[in-house]
Design a protein around this ligand. Structure first.
Ligand SMILES: Cc1ncc(COP(=O)(O)O)c(C=O)c1O
Length: 393
């Protein structure tokens, strides 16, 4: 391979990348734990975590070992054949989610796509209820349930028969569910929509109404899953059971993977009604297993829950109300709603050595990896506090 110097990385990507991404002028060449490093060897505290796809941080030894061992054994094996790593993973994931069966795929949008198809085929109904501010992905079905018009409208007509109701509004949700409703689709903490946690009573009422109306409850834990909000899955904090549970992002700590879990007692899916070439590939399954085992045998999730609450309290106390409207979140999924655009603050944070995300135009989103140590976490939070408070409109 010819050597590519780092100036040409920016140049080549800007020249050849599709153009759909708004890119930052930063070239990342390496990651280790809670840090990433740029082409000038500058370290950044990584509060992006691959957009929530690497809860165990970079180069985690258990992940590296799983990839290494499985890639020598077997890397591809379609699901019409059996293979032990997948069998073990499917059993472990079903046990961890207390669900019956699993469909494996390769991304969040694909998991949503599958869940929508399953809901339609299992109920024989078409109508879907989603929520305002929801983000469920960008493929045509997932996009149909995503709220932001700027994402949807250029691609219409979408799948149709989708209604959006205000988030956390029980009355409006209940009246939207009809005898034609195949499913309600819900995030328990809205991510891209601005880090808005759902209220427990609301989610429980939605679950109850779905059951009584024969509609399926699709819970989208693509961003909240795998310890992000301080429990292995968010639904455990809500005391509810999904009919269809969608997972992706940190499921394989950065390797592309998604899953739809199906609740016990649902009718069987018709054979050949869905499928995926890469779904359930043994490499992703081996890593998925390592992720589950690591989260289940360490105190990382408990730490995220406890430190997350401390961080939230600290930010509430120390951020200036002149710049900040509200601080929201659970565990290590934290949103700071600003009274101004977030883009300049993200830039300033990068200059100070912290990488963070937006969640809409005015929300600063922090998704530190669960493995971040206390010193690094508080260093990041101190930088965020100072940078936000210094922001001028
Ligand atoms: C809640 C939620 N659902 C679905 C998706 C789509 O996932 P993917 O980007 O892997 O298609 C995302 C991505 O950000 C998400 O946050």
């Amino acid at each position: 391979m010819t050597h590519i110097d780092e100036t040409s990385t920016l140049m080549l990507e800007d020249r050849h990348s599709s153009g759909v991404y708004i890119k930052r002028d930063l070239t990342i060449v390496r990651g280790e734990g809670a840090y990433v490093f740029d082409d000038m060897r500058r370290a950044y505290i990584d509060c992006v975590s691959g957009q929530g796809a690497s809860n165990l941080g970079h180069a985690h030894p258990a992940i590296v070992a799983a990839i290494e061992s499985q890639c020598h054994q077997l890397m591809v094996c379609p699901e019409f054949l059996h293979t032990p790593t997948r069998a073990q993973y499917q059993a472990a994931l079903c046990a961890a989610t207390q669900m019956d069966r699993v469909f494996l795929c390769n991304s969040g949008a694909e998991a949503i796509e599958a869940a929508l198809k399953f809901a339609r085929v299992l109920t024989g109904r078409r109508h879907i209820v989603s929520t305002m501010r929801a983000f469920h992905g960008r493929t045509m079905g997932a996009l149909s349930t995503t709220w932001n018009k700027a994402y949807r409208e250029p691609f219409e007509p979408l799948i149709g028969d989708v209604d959006f109701v205000p988030f956390n509004n029980t009355e409006r949700m209940i009246s939207a569910i009809t005898p034609n409703t195949a499913a309600v689709i819900l995030e328990l903490v809205q991510g891209e929509g601005g880090i808005h946690p759902a209220e427990i009573e609301y989610v429980q009422a939605v679950e109850k109404t779905c059951r009584s109306m024969g509609a399926l409850l699709i819970i989208d834990e693509i961003q909240t899953g795998f310890g992000r909000i301080g429990s292995l899955f968010a639904f455990q904090q809500y005391g509810i059971r999904a009919d269809l549970l969608c997972l992706a992002k940190s499921i394989a700590n950065g390797l592309p993977m998604g899953a739809v879990l199906l609740r016990t007692g649902l009718p069987s899916l018709p054979p050949a009604s869905h499928g995926s070439t890469f779904g359930g590939n043994p490499l992703a399954c081996a890593v998925g297993l390592a992720v589950l085992q690591t989260l289940q045998t360490t105190d990382l999730i408990k730490r995220a829950r406890e430190r997350g609450a401390e961080v939230l309290a600290y930010l509430n106390e120390n951020l200036s109300s002149q710049v900040v409207r509200e601080v929201r979140g659970r565990g290590f999924m934290i949103g700071i709603e600003l009274r101004q655009k977030v883009a300049p603050i993200l830039q300033a944070l990068g200059n100070e050595g912290v990488l963070a995300l937006s969640a809409g135009p005015t929300v600063l989103r922090l998704l530190p990896p669960l493995i971040i140590d206390d010193e690094t976490l508080w260093q990041a939070i101190e930088i965020v506090t100072r940078t936000v408070n210094n922001a001028t409109r």
